[in-house]
Design a protein around this ligand. Structure first.
Ligand code: URA
Length: 230
């Protein structure tokens, strides 16, 4: 919402007063003077007029979770435990997942109540690399490298995947970096070669690596520096 609209919606200010308050530099958002009536504010913003608090601002919350296999990337599930069940936090209904993982996939998962932040992370235009450690049933051939780099055609969506980087680690293990998050993307890319993925683990999202101190099922808040990476 624009700051001028927020202020005009309050019973104590008329539109004319709002204009003046902004011009007279009496409005502060998160500690900074704001004069631009178009300045966007959020539920997380602290808003003051002179020294009077108009909105305290809801705390924004950001967590990194080591998702174990065997839990659902959803806020509710009738059958299985969900990733939110692993969090011991108040007001969990306000939290959502930034980038899902399949039931049996493990690894880095980000959870927040900040929709703008999670959108930046997940929207396809951001092209944020997601790195997965993969183990397969059959041997992974050298030809996979160029195929994944050129893209794999997905008939269902009628699209070719964006160039992906594949590093072979062993006969049946590799590290794959993809910039999209299509449905079962990694499994379907290996499926192109009829090679079943038997183990899948997300190691990183963009510059953020899964904390090696976190055992499967454990989580911790992100530091302000980690939040600012996105
Ligand atoms: N690709 C998949 O196939 N599964 C995941 O969980 C993530 C990426």
């Amino acid at each position: 919402m624009r700051v001028d609209r927020f202020l005009s919606n309050l019973p104590q200010f008329s539109r004319q007063q709002v204009r003046l308050l902004l011009i007279e530099k009496r409005i502060r958002v998160d500690g900074r003077i704001v004069c631009d009536p178009h300045h966007e504010i959020r539920a997380f913003s602290r808003i003051e007029c002179d020294d009077v608090l108009l909105q305290a601002g809801k705390p924004a919350r950001y967590f990194m979770l080591h998702k174990p296999p065997g839990c659902v990337s959803a806020t509710q599930d009738p059958e299985h435990p969900t990733v939110l069940d692993l969090l011991d936090e108040p007001d969990k209904q306000e939290l959502h997942i930034a980038g899902r993982l399949d039931f049996n996939t493990s690894g880095l998962m980000l959870i927040t109540n900040d929709g703008q932040w999670s959108r930046r992370l997940t929207q396809p235009q951001t092209k944020l690399p997601k790195v997965y450690y993969v183990e397969t049933e059959q041997v992974i051939g050298q030809e996979y490298v160029s195929r994944f780099n050129k893209g794999v055609y997905f008939a269902y969506e009628d699209l070719t995947t964006q160039p992906a980087g594949l590093e072979l680690l062993g006969p049946c293990s590799a590290r794959l970096s993809i910039v999209e998050g299509r449905y079962h993307q990694v499994k379907r890319m290996f499926g192109y070669f009829n090679n079943k993925v038997v183990h899948l683990h997300r190691e990183s999202i963009g510059p953020l690596l899964l904390d090696s101190q976190l055992a499967p099922g454990q989580y911790r808040p992100l530091s302000p520096q980690e939040v600012d990476l996105f």
